[in-house]
Design a protein around this ligand. Structure first.
Ligand code: HEC
Length: 143
């Protein structure tokens, strides 16, 4: 009797004792794009009050060489147009999309949706450095 009583007592799970319960269960990631920084190396970007024209010029050249095969500045092409992109994506998200498109498409909800919208045509990793991606981001501010 005693044995069965003891064994039926639910063992507390010591490993889970420290598990943090979130007060409000999150069903989905935030729907505000500003909260979505994407997945990748970039966690924080500061945009200057004024556009850095030299940096933007540099970005424009990179964009012309490595991106225009699939992107036009202001019109949908094989990929979306970056004109007005800051109204729908955070700067961090944009840079992570440039630097880590494979990871983004796997793990980021916006990127996944975008891939479907573009019928599975993936964004190409052009192996930009973080500095180059930042220059392209500055160029996007001029569009
Ligand atoms: C081989 C074609 C191709 C090349 C080259 C390419 N992209 Fe893309 N890009 C795409 C496609 C297709 C998408 C949309 C579908 C997806 O994300 O899977 C996309 C999406 C993006 C997005 C997200 C746009 C949005 O509205 O959310 C950004 C930003 C982007 N590309 C930037 C760049 C930059 C910068 C370069 C050059 C360094 C570049 N891409 C080169 C095909 C390309």
């Amino acid at each position: 009797m005693l044995v069965s009583c003891n064994s039926s007592e639910k063992k507390s799970e010591p490993g889970y004792g420290v598990k943090k319960e979130s007060p409000t269960p999150k069903t989905e990631a935030s729907t505000d794009f500003r909260d979505n920084k994407g997945v990748g190396p970039v966690t924080s970007v500061t945009l200057g009050e004024n556009i850095d024209t030299a940096l933007a010029e540099e970005g424009k050249t990179i964009y012309a060489n490595l991106c225009m095969a699939c992107h036009k500045p202001d019109q949908k092409f094989i990929g979306p147009a970056p004109k007005g992109i800051f109204e729908r994506r955070s700067p961090e998200w944009i840079m992570n999309m440039i630097l880590n498109p494979e990871g983004m498409v796997k793990e980021d909800p916006i990127a996944r949706k975008l891939l479907m919208e573009f019928n599975g045509a993936p964004m190409a990793n052009q192996n930009l450095t973080e500095e180059q991606a930042r220059a392209v981001l500055e160029y996007f501010r001029t569009l």
